[in-house]
Design a protein around this ligand. Structure first.
Ligand SMILES: Nc1ncnc2c1ncn2[C@@H]1O[C@H](COP(=O)(O)OP(=O)(O)OP(=O)(O)O)[C@@H](O)[C@H]1O
Length: 247
């Protein structure tokens, strides 16, 4: 058992390498239960590698990841889901040939409370009637925004303690992005902890309690999102420039 004050997710000195490429070099971060935490950074900063390591999909070259007091070792996604971690990867991976309903049902394969699952799917269709109306249509025919809602709902049906999202606003119009972030606020209100990766820094800073700025595989700046939004060093950290303080 963990002490109640321990973070839900704790990462110490994490290294990830792909051959000679260092994707992460000594990352340290934590996420407390009930928090929304964002990781922002440009292309190639190491954001997806970080989520991959937490999800047990990427083998770290060093360091430790602890979730709910237990070490995460790369043993595949199903094990991760059973642990209580759900990952919504970049790029809205719906099963295009399967129906909307079949996609949702797949998210709940680790559960045996089938009536509860049905009730949760019905609730989702209440919130997004358009997806309810199209429940028997192929998911591949939905718009990008609808597919994003569907993959988030599918991840939630595994009843995660930690929901991780990789660039949920990528390629979506601002209004659709608003809707995605409204959905995340509703999910947070249900008590789910959220770790969201974004290149869209203003959006992430608005949504998250705390933010880490990642660049070149290292955390360059971290703190309460409101404070970072006003920090004159924020842009320099994001773009990997030297900050005033470092000069
Ligand atoms: N499978 C891989 N093989 C080799 N290099 C990789 C692999 N995956 C990522 N990299 C490299 O590792 C570094 C970090 O990539 P990563 O995808 O984690 O960053 P990111 O911040 O998520 O970027 P993006 O926003 O472009 O997805 C980059 O230099 C990238 O080219």
């Amino acid at each position: 058992m963990t002490a109640t004050s321990s973070p839900l997710l704790a990462i110490e000195d994490l290294f990830v390498r792909y051959g000679r490429i260092a994707a992460l070099s000594g990352v340290r971060l934590h996420v407390d239960e009930g928090e929304v935490v964002s990781i922002v950074g440009p292309n190639g900063a190491g954001k997806s590698s970080l989520l991959g390591a937490i999800a047990g999909l990427v083998q770290p070259a060093g360091g430790s990841i602890t979730f709910a007091g237990e070490p995460i070792t790369p043993r595949g996604l199903e094990r991760t889901v059973r642990r209580g971690i759900a990952l919504v990867p970049e790029g809205r991976h719906v099963f295009g040939g399967l129906s909307v309903l079949e996609n949702l049902t797949l998210g709940a394969t680790v559960r045996s409370d089938h009536n509860q699952v049905k009730a949760e799917i019905a609730r989702f269709f209440d919130i997004f009637p358009i997806l309810g109306e199209r429940r028997n249509e192929a998911a591949g025919r939905l718009s990008g925004g609808e597919q994003q809602m569907l993959v988030i709902a599918r991840a939630l049906l595994a009843k995660p303690r930690l929901l991780m999202l990789d660039e949920p606003s990528l390629g979506l119009a601002p209004k659709v992005t608003d809707r995605v972030y409204e959905l995340l606020a509703e999910i947070r209100a249900q008590g789910v902890t959220i770790l969201v990766v974004e290149q869209n820094a203003p959006r992430a800073l608005k949504a998250a309690d705390r933010t880490y700025v990642l660049n070149g595989g290292r955390v360059r700046l971290a703190g309460a999102s409101a404070a970072l939004a006003a920090d004159p060093d924020f842009e320099a950290a994001y773009f990997g420039l030297r900050t005033e303080a470092a000069r």
